[in-house]
Design a protein around this ligand. Structure first.
Ligand code: NDP
Ligand code: MG
Length: 397
Protein backbone atom coordinates (compact mmCIF):
# COMPACT_ATOMS: atom_id res chain seq x y z
CA UNK A 1 0.00 0.00 0.00
CA UNK A 2 1.33 3.44 -0.87
CA UNK A 3 0.02 6.92 -1.59
CA UNK A 4 0.94 6.55 -5.25
CA UNK A 5 -2.23 4.95 -6.67
CA UNK A 6 -3.11 7.25 -9.59
CA UNK A 7 -6.37 9.03 -8.96
CA UNK A 8 -8.07 12.32 -8.35
CA UNK A 9 -7.77 13.65 -4.83
CA UNK A 10 -10.45 12.89 -2.30
CA UNK A 11 -12.19 15.89 -0.83
CA UNK A 12 -12.33 17.98 -4.01
CA UNK A 13 -15.68 19.80 -3.97
CA UNK A 14 -16.98 21.97 -6.79
CA UNK A 15 -16.76 25.06 -4.59
CA UNK A 16 -14.13 26.13 -2.09
CA UNK A 17 -12.17 23.39 -0.32
CA UNK A 18 -13.33 23.42 3.33
CA UNK A 19 -10.22 23.02 5.46
CA UNK A 20 -9.69 22.08 9.12
CA UNK A 21 -6.25 22.99 10.51
CA UNK A 22 -5.24 20.98 13.58
CA UNK A 23 -2.36 22.76 15.30
CA UNK A 24 -3.10 26.12 13.66
CA UNK A 25 -0.86 28.11 16.03
CA UNK A 26 2.41 26.37 15.15
CA UNK A 27 4.91 26.90 12.37
CA UNK A 28 3.03 24.75 9.83
CA UNK A 29 -0.37 25.92 11.09
CA UNK A 30 0.35 29.63 10.72
CA UNK A 31 1.90 29.11 7.28
CA UNK A 32 -1.22 27.13 6.30
CA UNK A 33 -3.35 30.08 7.42
CA UNK A 34 -1.21 32.28 5.21
CA UNK A 35 -1.93 29.98 2.24
CA UNK A 36 -5.67 30.19 3.08
CA UNK A 37 -5.37 34.00 3.24
CA UNK A 38 -3.73 34.09 -0.20
CA UNK A 39 -6.32 31.77 -1.75
CA UNK A 40 -9.51 32.83 -0.01
CA UNK A 41 -11.38 32.25 -3.27
CA UNK A 42 -10.41 28.55 -3.21
CA UNK A 43 -10.02 27.68 0.48
CA UNK A 44 -12.44 28.14 3.36
CA UNK A 45 -11.16 27.61 6.92
CA UNK A 46 -13.95 25.87 8.85
CA UNK A 47 -12.24 24.46 11.97
CA UNK A 48 -9.06 25.19 13.96
CA UNK A 49 -7.33 23.73 16.99
CA UNK A 50 -4.55 24.86 19.31
CA UNK A 51 -3.09 23.24 22.40
CA UNK A 52 -2.16 26.19 24.60
CA UNK A 53 -1.85 29.39 22.56
CA UNK A 54 -5.51 30.38 22.89
CA UNK A 55 -4.98 34.08 22.09
CA UNK A 56 -3.52 33.14 18.68
CA UNK A 57 -6.34 30.64 18.14
CA UNK A 58 -8.95 33.28 18.86
CA UNK A 59 -7.26 35.78 16.53
CA UNK A 60 -7.31 33.22 13.69
CA UNK A 61 -10.92 32.25 14.43
CA UNK A 62 -11.93 35.90 14.23
CA UNK A 63 -9.98 36.61 11.05
CA UNK A 64 -11.37 33.60 9.20
CA UNK A 65 -14.86 33.61 10.77
CA UNK A 66 -14.44 29.97 11.80
CA UNK A 67 -17.50 28.08 13.09
CA UNK A 68 -15.70 25.61 15.40
CA UNK A 69 -12.44 25.63 17.33
CA UNK A 70 -10.79 23.19 19.72
CA UNK A 71 -8.38 23.67 22.64
CA UNK A 72 -6.70 20.28 23.09
CA UNK A 73 -5.02 21.07 26.44
CA UNK A 74 -7.80 21.18 29.09
CA UNK A 75 -5.53 23.32 31.30
CA UNK A 76 -6.35 26.19 28.91
CA UNK A 77 -10.14 25.69 28.96
CA UNK A 78 -10.69 28.85 31.00
CA UNK A 79 -8.16 31.16 29.36
CA UNK A 80 -9.49 34.73 29.34
CA UNK A 81 -8.66 34.98 25.62
CA UNK A 82 -11.47 32.55 24.77
CA UNK A 83 -14.05 35.16 25.80
CA UNK A 84 -13.20 37.00 22.57
CA UNK A 85 -14.25 34.14 20.29
CA UNK A 86 -16.90 35.23 17.78
CA UNK A 87 -20.41 34.64 19.12
CA UNK A 88 -21.28 31.98 16.56
CA UNK A 89 -18.07 29.96 17.20
CA UNK A 90 -18.32 26.67 19.12
CA UNK A 91 -15.32 25.74 21.29
CA UNK A 92 -14.52 22.11 22.16
CA UNK A 93 -12.05 21.31 24.96
CA UNK A 94 -9.72 18.35 25.47
CA UNK A 95 -7.57 15.97 23.38
CA UNK A 96 -10.62 14.52 21.57
CA UNK A 97 -11.50 17.95 20.17
CA UNK A 98 -9.06 17.48 17.29
CA UNK A 99 -10.66 14.18 16.24
CA UNK A 100 -14.17 15.53 16.57
CA UNK A 101 -13.48 18.68 14.54
CA UNK A 102 -11.58 16.74 11.88
CA UNK A 103 -14.49 14.39 11.29
CA UNK A 104 -17.24 17.02 11.10
CA UNK A 105 -19.45 16.77 8.04
CA UNK A 106 -18.61 20.19 6.56
CA UNK A 107 -14.83 19.45 6.35
CA UNK A 108 -13.29 18.34 3.01
CA UNK A 109 -9.60 18.38 3.95
CA UNK A 110 -7.80 18.09 7.29
CA UNK A 111 -4.28 19.43 7.75
CA UNK A 112 -2.72 17.60 10.71
CA UNK A 113 -0.09 20.09 11.89
CA UNK A 114 -0.01 18.92 15.51
CA UNK A 115 3.50 18.11 16.76
CA UNK A 116 4.46 14.65 18.02
CA UNK A 117 2.64 11.37 18.51
CA UNK A 118 -0.32 13.43 19.77
CA UNK A 119 -1.27 13.80 16.08
CA UNK A 120 -1.79 10.07 15.49
CA UNK A 121 -5.41 9.82 16.70
CA UNK A 122 -6.58 12.61 14.39
CA UNK A 123 -4.72 11.20 11.36
CA UNK A 124 -6.25 7.79 11.99
CA UNK A 125 -9.72 9.29 12.42
CA UNK A 126 -9.53 11.18 9.11
CA UNK A 127 -8.65 7.94 7.32
CA UNK A 128 -11.96 6.48 8.55
CA UNK A 129 -13.75 9.16 6.48
CA UNK A 130 -13.55 10.13 2.80
CA UNK A 131 -11.85 13.44 3.60
CA UNK A 132 -8.43 14.40 2.34
CA UNK A 133 -5.57 14.11 4.83
CA UNK A 134 -2.87 16.75 4.31
CA UNK A 135 -0.26 15.23 6.58
CA UNK A 136 2.51 17.34 8.12
CA UNK A 137 2.64 15.27 11.33
CA UNK A 138 5.31 12.73 10.38
CA UNK A 139 5.13 11.10 13.83
CA UNK A 140 1.67 9.69 12.87
CA UNK A 141 3.31 7.50 10.25
CA UNK A 142 6.47 6.73 12.20
CA UNK A 143 4.41 5.43 15.12
CA UNK A 144 1.30 4.13 13.38
CA UNK A 145 2.24 3.65 9.71
CA UNK A 146 1.41 -0.07 9.86
CA UNK A 147 -2.14 0.79 10.96
CA UNK A 148 -2.67 3.92 8.87
CA UNK A 149 -1.38 2.97 5.42
CA UNK A 150 -3.79 0.06 4.79
CA UNK A 151 -6.65 2.49 5.51
CA UNK A 152 -5.56 5.13 2.95
CA UNK A 153 -7.94 5.37 -0.01
CA UNK A 154 -6.57 6.35 -3.44
CA UNK A 155 -5.96 10.09 -3.57
CA UNK A 156 -6.68 10.54 0.14
CA UNK A 157 -3.28 11.27 1.70
CA UNK A 158 -1.12 14.09 0.38
CA UNK A 159 2.21 14.48 2.22
CA UNK A 160 3.14 17.97 3.44
CA UNK A 161 6.63 17.23 4.80
CA UNK A 162 8.72 18.95 2.12
CA UNK A 163 10.84 15.92 1.17
CA UNK A 164 7.82 13.66 0.93
CA UNK A 165 5.85 16.23 -1.05
CA UNK A 166 8.88 16.36 -3.36
CA UNK A 167 9.12 12.57 -3.71
CA UNK A 168 5.36 12.37 -4.31
CA UNK A 169 5.78 14.84 -7.19
CA UNK A 170 8.86 13.04 -8.60
CA UNK A 171 6.67 9.92 -8.89
CA UNK A 172 3.83 11.70 -10.74
CA UNK A 173 3.32 10.21 -14.21
CA UNK A 174 5.92 7.48 -13.60
CA UNK A 175 5.62 3.80 -12.84
CA UNK A 176 6.58 3.23 -9.19
CA UNK A 177 7.62 -0.32 -10.17
CA UNK A 178 10.41 1.20 -12.29
CA UNK A 179 11.83 3.29 -9.46
CA UNK A 180 15.30 2.24 -8.33
CA UNK A 181 15.90 4.43 -5.25
CA UNK A 182 14.65 7.43 -3.34
CA UNK A 183 17.24 10.10 -2.49
CA UNK A 184 16.03 11.80 0.67
CA UNK A 185 17.80 15.12 1.06
CA UNK A 186 18.93 16.55 4.40
CA UNK A 187 20.33 20.01 5.15
CA UNK A 188 22.77 18.51 7.66
CA UNK A 189 21.48 20.88 10.34
CA UNK A 190 23.43 23.52 12.28
CA UNK A 191 26.09 21.05 13.49
CA UNK A 192 27.13 19.52 10.19
CA UNK A 193 30.78 18.46 10.39
CA UNK A 194 31.02 18.63 14.21
CA UNK A 195 32.60 15.87 16.27
CA UNK A 196 30.78 13.91 18.96
CA UNK A 197 32.78 15.74 21.60
CA UNK A 198 31.77 19.13 20.20
CA UNK A 199 28.14 18.01 20.05
CA UNK A 200 28.12 17.17 23.76
CA UNK A 201 28.63 20.88 24.55
CA UNK A 202 26.07 22.56 22.26
CA UNK A 203 23.35 24.68 23.89
CA UNK A 204 19.60 24.77 23.14
CA UNK A 205 20.02 28.26 21.63
CA UNK A 206 22.67 26.98 19.20
CA UNK A 207 20.56 23.94 18.32
CA UNK A 208 17.50 26.12 17.70
CA UNK A 209 19.32 28.15 15.01
CA UNK A 210 18.59 26.05 11.93
CA UNK A 211 20.49 27.18 8.82
CA UNK A 212 17.73 26.89 6.20
CA UNK A 213 14.28 26.31 7.74
CA UNK A 214 12.26 28.21 10.37
CA UNK A 215 10.25 25.57 12.27
CA UNK A 216 8.76 24.63 15.67
CA UNK A 217 11.19 23.88 18.52
CA UNK A 218 10.81 20.08 18.54
CA UNK A 219 11.47 19.54 14.83
CA UNK A 220 14.30 22.08 14.95
CA UNK A 221 16.09 20.02 17.60
CA UNK A 222 15.29 16.85 15.60
CA UNK A 223 16.92 18.55 12.60
CA UNK A 224 20.05 19.25 14.66
CA UNK A 225 20.35 15.65 15.95
CA UNK A 226 19.29 14.36 12.48
CA UNK A 227 16.52 12.38 14.18
CA UNK A 228 14.25 14.35 11.85
CA UNK A 229 15.86 12.63 8.87
CA UNK A 230 15.61 9.26 10.59
CA UNK A 231 11.90 9.87 11.22
CA UNK A 232 11.49 10.98 7.61
CA UNK A 233 13.10 7.83 6.28
CA UNK A 234 10.53 5.77 8.18
CA UNK A 235 7.79 8.15 7.00
CA UNK A 236 8.89 7.63 3.37
CA UNK A 237 9.04 3.86 3.85
CA UNK A 238 5.35 3.87 4.79
CA UNK A 239 4.16 6.50 2.31
CA UNK A 240 5.79 4.95 -0.74
CA UNK A 241 5.58 1.29 0.27
CA UNK A 242 9.34 0.60 0.07
CA UNK A 243 12.05 -0.83 2.36
CA UNK A 244 14.46 1.32 4.36
CA UNK A 245 17.33 0.32 2.01
CA UNK A 246 15.46 1.83 -0.93
CA UNK A 247 15.73 5.26 0.70
CA UNK A 248 19.18 6.86 0.71
CA UNK A 249 19.88 9.95 2.76
CA UNK A 250 22.09 12.56 1.14
CA UNK A 251 23.22 15.85 2.66
CA UNK A 252 22.20 18.79 0.44
CA UNK A 253 23.39 21.83 2.37
CA UNK A 254 21.38 24.50 0.55
CA UNK A 255 17.97 22.75 1.03
CA UNK A 256 17.10 23.60 -2.56
CA UNK A 257 16.74 20.02 -3.78
CA UNK A 258 13.85 18.73 -1.67
CA UNK A 259 14.40 15.08 -2.68
CA UNK A 260 14.81 12.89 -5.78
CA UNK A 261 13.63 9.60 -7.27
CA UNK A 262 16.06 7.54 -9.34
CA UNK A 263 14.60 5.21 -11.98
CA UNK A 264 15.80 1.91 -13.47
CA UNK A 265 17.27 3.62 -16.56
CA UNK A 266 19.54 5.80 -14.38
CA UNK A 267 17.43 8.93 -14.80
CA UNK A 268 17.00 10.96 -11.63
CA UNK A 269 14.00 13.25 -11.20
CA UNK A 270 14.52 15.94 -8.57
CA UNK A 271 12.17 18.48 -7.01
CA UNK A 272 13.71 21.92 -6.47
CA UNK A 273 12.37 25.17 -5.10
CA UNK A 274 12.59 27.70 -2.31
CA UNK A 275 12.88 26.51 1.30
CA UNK A 276 9.34 27.66 2.11
CA UNK A 277 6.81 25.29 3.65
CA UNK A 278 3.91 27.25 2.17
CA UNK A 279 4.71 25.54 -1.16
CA UNK A 280 4.13 21.92 -0.02
CA UNK A 281 1.25 22.95 2.28
CA UNK A 282 -0.46 24.64 -0.65
CA UNK A 283 0.18 21.69 -2.96
CA UNK A 284 -1.62 19.38 -0.52
CA UNK A 285 -4.65 21.67 -0.91
CA UNK A 286 -4.33 22.32 -4.67
CA UNK A 287 -3.28 18.82 -5.81
CA UNK A 288 -3.21 18.00 -8.68
CA UNK A 289 -3.37 21.70 -9.65
CA UNK A 290 -0.70 24.30 -8.99
CA UNK A 291 -1.63 27.78 -7.76
CA UNK A 292 0.45 30.93 -7.61
CA UNK A 293 2.54 31.53 -4.48
CA UNK A 294 3.96 34.53 -2.63
CA UNK A 295 6.96 32.37 -1.62
CA UNK A 296 10.31 33.56 -2.96
CA UNK A 297 11.48 31.91 -6.17
CA UNK A 298 14.90 30.40 -6.76
CA UNK A 299 17.04 32.26 -9.29
CA UNK A 300 19.43 29.56 -10.52
CA UNK A 301 21.66 32.19 -12.09
CA UNK A 302 22.62 33.45 -8.64
CA UNK A 303 22.23 30.26 -6.57
CA UNK A 304 25.87 29.27 -6.98
CA UNK A 305 26.61 25.68 -6.07
CA UNK A 306 24.62 22.72 -4.83
CA UNK A 307 26.69 20.66 -2.39
CA UNK A 308 26.21 17.00 -1.56
CA UNK A 309 27.72 14.76 1.13
CA UNK A 310 27.13 11.41 2.78
CA UNK A 311 25.53 11.52 6.23
CA UNK A 312 27.60 10.63 9.29
CA UNK A 313 25.53 8.12 11.30
CA UNK A 314 28.35 7.52 13.78
CA UNK A 315 28.40 11.10 15.01
CA UNK A 316 24.68 11.66 14.51
CA UNK A 317 23.57 8.47 16.27
CA UNK A 318 19.87 9.17 15.79
CA UNK A 319 20.26 8.23 12.11
CA UNK A 320 21.50 4.77 13.09
CA UNK A 321 18.79 4.36 15.72
CA UNK A 322 16.07 5.28 13.23
CA UNK A 323 17.54 2.83 10.74
CA UNK A 324 17.36 0.09 13.38
CA UNK A 325 13.77 1.07 14.26
CA UNK A 326 12.71 1.20 10.60
CA UNK A 327 14.22 -2.19 9.80
CA UNK A 328 12.82 -3.86 12.94
CA UNK A 329 9.41 -2.15 12.65
CA UNK A 330 6.62 -3.30 15.01
CA UNK A 331 6.45 -1.15 18.14
CA UNK A 332 10.12 -0.10 18.07
CA UNK A 333 9.58 3.15 16.08
CA UNK A 334 6.86 4.10 18.61
CA UNK A 335 9.35 3.67 21.48
CA UNK A 336 12.05 5.57 19.62
CA UNK A 337 9.69 8.45 18.89
CA UNK A 338 8.28 8.74 22.41
CA UNK A 339 11.72 8.56 24.05
CA UNK A 340 12.94 11.18 21.60
CA UNK A 341 10.05 13.53 22.44
CA UNK A 342 10.88 13.26 26.15
CA UNK A 343 14.63 13.69 25.63
CA UNK A 344 14.19 16.68 23.30
CA UNK A 345 11.94 18.41 25.88
CA UNK A 346 14.55 17.71 28.57
CA UNK A 347 17.32 19.15 26.40
CA UNK A 348 15.26 22.28 25.69
CA UNK A 349 14.61 22.66 29.43
CA UNK A 350 18.35 22.42 30.16
CA UNK A 351 17.91 19.08 31.93
CA UNK A 352 20.24 17.02 29.71
CA UNK A 353 22.97 17.48 27.13
CA UNK A 354 22.55 17.30 23.36
CA UNK A 355 24.24 13.88 23.14
CA UNK A 356 22.07 12.58 26.01
CA UNK A 357 19.17 12.70 23.53
CA UNK A 358 20.39 9.77 21.43
CA UNK A 359 21.74 7.98 24.54
CA UNK A 360 18.29 8.04 26.20
CA UNK A 361 16.55 6.98 22.98
CA UNK A 362 18.96 4.07 22.53
CA UNK A 363 18.55 2.84 26.10
CA UNK A 364 14.75 2.94 25.82
CA UNK A 365 14.87 1.02 22.54
CA UNK A 366 17.18 -1.58 24.11
CA UNK A 367 14.81 -1.99 27.07
CA UNK A 368 11.76 -2.66 24.86
CA UNK A 369 10.41 -6.03 23.76
CA UNK A 370 9.14 -5.45 20.23
CA UNK A 371 5.62 -6.57 19.28
CA UNK A 372 3.79 -6.35 15.96
CA UNK A 373 1.55 -3.26 15.74
CA UNK A 374 -2.06 -4.22 16.45
CA UNK A 375 -4.09 -1.22 17.54
CA UNK A 376 -4.05 2.45 18.48
CA UNK A 377 -4.67 1.44 22.12
CA UNK A 378 -1.58 -0.80 22.10
CA UNK A 379 0.49 2.05 20.61
CA UNK A 380 -0.80 4.45 23.29
CA UNK A 381 0.34 1.97 25.98
CA UNK A 382 3.78 1.48 24.38
CA UNK A 383 4.14 5.26 23.96
CA UNK A 384 3.29 5.81 27.65
CA UNK A 385 5.74 3.09 28.72
CA UNK A 386 8.54 4.66 26.65
CA UNK A 387 7.85 8.13 28.10
CA UNK A 388 7.92 6.80 31.67
CA UNK A 389 11.11 4.84 30.95
CA UNK A 390 12.84 7.86 29.39
CA UNK A 391 11.81 10.08 32.31
CA UNK A 392 13.17 7.57 34.84
CA UNK A 393 16.45 7.40 32.94
CA UNK A 394 16.70 11.19 32.89
CA UNK A 395 15.91 11.43 36.60
CA UNK A 396 18.46 8.73 37.48
CA UNK A 397 21.34 10.49 35.74
P1 NDP B 1 4.97 23.69 16.32
O1 NDP B 1 5.51 23.31 17.63
O2 NDP B 1 5.35 25.00 15.75
O3 NDP B 1 3.36 23.65 16.40
C1 NDP B 1 2.71 22.54 16.92
C2 NDP B 1 1.20 22.74 16.92
O4 NDP B 1 0.59 21.61 17.57
C3 NDP B 1 0.73 23.96 17.67
O5 NDP B 1 -0.45 24.44 17.09
C4 NDP B 1 0.45 23.42 19.07
O6 NDP B 1 -0.49 24.19 19.79
C5 NDP B 1 -0.11 22.07 18.74
N1 NDP B 1 0.13 21.06 19.78
C6 NDP B 1 1.22 20.93 20.58
N2 NDP B 1 1.09 19.86 21.40
C7 NDP B 1 -0.12 19.32 21.11
C8 NDP B 1 -0.83 18.21 21.63
N3 NDP B 1 -0.33 17.43 22.62
N4 NDP B 1 -2.05 17.92 21.11
C9 NDP B 1 -2.57 18.69 20.13
N5 NDP B 1 -1.95 19.76 19.60
C10 NDP B 1 -0.72 20.06 20.08
O7 NDP B 1 5.30 22.50 15.33
P2 NDP B 1 5.56 22.57 13.75
O8 NDP B 1 4.48 23.37 13.10
O9 NDP B 1 6.96 22.89 13.49
O10 NDP B 1 5.37 21.02 13.35
C11 NDP B 1 4.10 20.40 13.28
C12 NDP B 1 4.26 19.04 12.63
O11 NDP B 1 4.66 19.23 11.26
C13 NDP B 1 5.34 18.16 13.28
O12 NDP B 1 4.94 16.82 13.24
C14 NDP B 1 6.55 18.36 12.37
O13 NDP B 1 7.41 17.24 12.37
C15 NDP B 1 5.88 18.53 11.02
N6 NDP B 1 6.67 19.30 10.06
C16 NDP B 1 7.00 20.59 10.35
C17 NDP B 1 7.76 21.35 9.46
C18 NDP B 1 8.06 22.78 9.71
O14 NDP B 1 8.63 23.44 8.84
N7 NDP B 1 7.73 23.33 10.86
C19 NDP B 1 8.27 20.74 8.21
C20 NDP B 1 7.83 19.38 8.00
C21 NDP B 1 7.07 18.71 8.90
P3 NDP B 1 0.02 25.47 20.69
O15 NDP B 1 0.75 26.37 19.75
O16 NDP B 1 -1.27 26.06 21.16
O17 NDP B 1 0.87 24.91 21.77
MG1 MG C 1 11.03 17.46 6.13
Amino acid sequence: MSVLAPSHPLGAPAGRLRVAILGCTGSIGTQALDVCRQHADRLEVVALTAHARTAELVAAAREFGVARVGVTDPAHAHDAALADLPEHTTCLIGPDAAVELACAEDVDCVLVAIVGAAGLAASAAVLETDKRLALANKESLVVGGDLLMPRVRPGQLIPVDSEHAAIFQCYQGESAAQAHAIWLTCSGGPFFGRTREELSRVTPAEALAHPTWNMGAKITIDSATLMNKGLERIEAMHLFGVDMEFIRIVIQRQSKIHSMVEYDDGSVIAHLGASDMRIPIQYAFSYPDRWSTPAPRVDFRTLGSLDFAAPDAETFRCLALAEQAGRTRGTLPCVMNAANEVAVSAFLAGACSFTDIDAIVERCMDAHTVEPVQSLEQLADVDAWARRTAEHMLAAR
